[in-house]
Design a protein around this ligand. Structure first.
Ligand code: ATP
Ligand code: MG
Ligand code: MG
Length: 373
């Protein structure tokens, strides 16, 4: 059979590898970790850094096509891989999503609304950023941030002056969005331009980390359609082959702003694993492998709760006892604080997401057991 190469060995790689295996592919992962979650379910090569030319070359030659779950591959590394095998999504898309200034500039240039932003390559640009955005505003490292890491909420001028000498430049400054809620849309697109999107997801974060996702989002149907259209437009503008998570804010006025994009399966799409016949990981693999992309039909409503850190482990015994609850663990050996260890999906009949039929109560009971085991 054909062999699919996946760069990165985290939980997204693990779940992608499982989906690929189910479709009959051999999977070879490349990981810089010594005991990566995906290493349990696929052949693995360990690499010191993702730009080692010799290892990248040998890895590429061992597979038929390459995708990734880890976005921070260097341009040089991508060039080596792309010169030997098809890489999807493309290096050009990675380069955009790796850098928040390029990402927001690309979106704005394609008439996709984003929060007002200002590039802050060094300290000398802060005053202008503060002037145009006003307080409070956010500073984010342009690269490598995730789970809210590398972000600073600047409340006022005094705080800015206290911090400016030691901030980790280059940064992007963003206007602070007083959002009504956060949404995401997972959209898949193949080489023929066929596009499919999953139901709009509503996301709640805790301490900068995704905590809970609800699908479908509890928003009016016309807004949901707008969010899906927006995600499709972004996928088209990027000429995407693969899967893309598009994170959005709903503003107090009910308009949509795109926050960030991730050209890979996304944490907020994990509910699709149990609520859809074809989940986000399989859609990703199908798009990359040139297989058909039918409507990834949702047969149930769903709520996804992340299991984070040692508390997540403690939540497993009650989660295992709950009927109708799907537990997914990532096989991580170290249960560090703030680390995503697994997730649980709770399913509800279509149209019955918490809010009706007493499901809200069941839902609360379930997740309070997970929070306070
Ligand atoms: P992820 O783990 O999703 O990759 P990240 O570290 O890349 O996160 P963002 O998604 O940009 O960072 O920000 C994390 C969260 O911080 C957002 O989901 C949102 O709750 C909040 N946030 C980010 N940008 C803004 C903004 N401009 N205004 C208000 N809140 C924001
Ligand atoms: Mg991010
Ligand atoms: Mg985000």
């Amino acid at each position: 059979g054909a062999t699919l190469g996946i760069i990165g060995g985290g939980q997204l790689g693990r779940m992608s590898a499982m989906a690929a295996a189910r479709l009959g592919f051999n999977v070879h992962i490349l990981s810089a970790e010594s005991d990566p979650p995906a290493g349990d379910v696929a052949r693995r090569t360990t690499v010191g850094a993702y730009d080692d030319p010799e290892i990248l070359r040998r890895f590429a030659e061992s597979v038929d096509a390459i995708t990734f779950e880890f976005e921070n591959i260097s341009a040089g590394g991508l060039d080596i891989l792309s010169s030997l095998r098809p890489v999807h999504p493309s290096g050009a898309i990675l380069a955009i999503s790796q850098d928040r200034v390029r990402e927001k500039s690309f979106l704005a240039a394609h008439d996709i609304a984003v929060a007002p932003f200002h590039s802050v390559p060094d300290r000398s640009h802060l005053a202008m950023a503060a002037e145009t955005l006003g307080f409070p505003f956010l500073l984010k490292t342009t690269r490598f941030g995730y789970d809210g890491k590398g972000q600073f909420r600047i409340a006022d001028r005094a705080m800015l002056e206290a911090l400016e000498a030691e901030l980790p430049y280059p940064l992007i400054a963003e206007g602070y969005v007083d959002f009504a809620c956060e949404l995401s849309v997972m959209v898949a697109r193949n080489a023929l331009g066929a596009v499919q999107s999953f139901a709009v997801t509503e996301n709640q974060h805790k301490d900068g980390i995704l905590d809970l996702s609800l699908a479908p989002a509890r928003i009016p149907v016309d807004l949901a359609h707008k969010a899906q259209d927006l995600a499709r437009r972004v996928a088209g503008a990027l000429d995407l082959i693969g899967l893309l998570g598009v994170e959005m804010f709903v503003t107090a006025q009910g308009t949509l702003l795109v926050n960030e994009i991730a050209p890979r399966p996304h944490n907020s799409g994990h509910w699709t694993m149990d609520a859809c016949v074809v989940d986000q990981f399989e859609m990703h693999i199908r798009a990359v492998a040139g297989l058909p992309l039918p409507d990834p039909y949702r047969h149930s409503d769903a709520a996804m709760k992340n299991l984070i850190g040692p508390q997540g482990l403690a939540a497993c015994p009650p989660a295992l006892q709950e009927p109708g609850l799907a537990l997914h663990l990532y096989g991580k050996s170290e249960w560090r604080e703030g680390r995503k260890m697994g997730h649980v999906n709770a399913l509800f009949p279509l149209g019955a997401l918490p809010g009706s039929y007493g499901l809200e109560e069941r839902f609360d009971r379930l997740f309070s057991r997970i929070e306070e085991p």
